[in-house]
Design a protein around this ligand. Sequence first.
Ligand code: HEM
Length: 406
Amino acid sequence: MVDAVHTYDFWSKEARANPQPIYARIRQEDPVHRTTGPHTGNPTWILTRYEDCVSFLKDARFGKEFHKNLPKEVAARWWPEPSPDDPWAIINRHLLEIDPPDHTRLRALVHKAFTPRMVESLRPRIHAIADTLLDEMGDHGEADLISAFAFPLPITVIAEMLGIPPADREQFRRWTKVLLFSPDGDENRAALMEFGMYMNQMIDERQANPQEDIISALAHAEEDGDTLNRMELLSMLFLLLVAGHETTVNLIGNGTLALLQHPDQLQKLRSDPALIKPAVEEMLRYNGPVDITTNRWAFEDVEIGGKVIGQGDMVYASLLAANRDPEQFPDPDRFDITRDPNRHIAFGNGIHYCVGAPLARMEGAIALNALVQRLPQLELAVPAESLEWTTNMMIIHGMNAMPVRY
Ligand code: HEM
């Protein structure tokens, strides 16, 4: 059994840029891989096989609320329960931090606000946003595709959906950046307080004067059944904002890169735009925006693939590894925009399956089709090996910038 601490260097710059060689090795040599957490030194597992990831994500013996579900002395190996006056408590009661029955209740409420009809109604607006951004880029030139196109598109969509006025959006970008990436505790706390105060005021306004936006819908749900309390509402809005900021951008970026690196597939899509649906699925599978899922804890000893994951151990599923598992996908390293079937798990699985999947799929399809149709000369302006990939969070897999010529 391979059990050395940090046998595989997930965190190296090379692995962040291209995690697949390491994942291919782990999947072969030690598919249910035990390592140690970077801060606590506690047992932490990474799953790399498709079947293991799916069954783990569906298994109620793994969950989020470890203080509630583990014996005190086992939970104490991790971190203390935040006190209610800890500012982080304001935004930590969201879907990715909780288990049923609270998760079931909150998920039903977000589905009430995030209806298929509401998502579909955004289609013309998303086309218009994509067109405006491409107009601004012009027909020829050089640009960073992330900051000029892939980033502003989903941000604008989520901000409009939530009902955040255009003048305040820059502020939101700053808050989410600080909250996700800043190691500075004081800066974090300040951003958190400002975010909380702003959102509280916004919720009060929408309760008095409901509009056609998600904040109004969620605030209304709060009034209706007294079921979504203020902390849960703030946490939900924070999660939607973060998810809306940090994921779809990388579907557009990583997806464009895959097309540019496979000119035959790009050509196929250009000549038949109706292929965009399976093409987006293949982009999600081949080089998706989420590397590993958020973590869960084993609430009891659980055997997976012949290994016993101990009670209190932390577990992650690697979606990027699962989506290249040859047991599930024939010729997994081939990028084929007509791949069928393509049951990838880029949006996760089980009860935490992505709430925003229909929206993200629609945004990706509109953005990528507009891009390849309107910029026939699109190409990378630097060698692919010199592209910089995010290194500050292993969950997200995307480029910091993508210089292109067109
Ligand atoms: C291509 C873009 C996206 C990808 C690849 C993606 C991926 C994921 C994944 C893998 C999870 C599950 C994480 C886990 O199990 O630990 C998730 C959950 C979630 N996503 Fe997305 N996401 C995307 C876009 C969005 C968007 C645009 C929104 C909202 C506007 C969104 C909202 C959420 C929410 C609320 C959850 C938590 C669901 C729950 O815990 O029940 N996502 N997403």
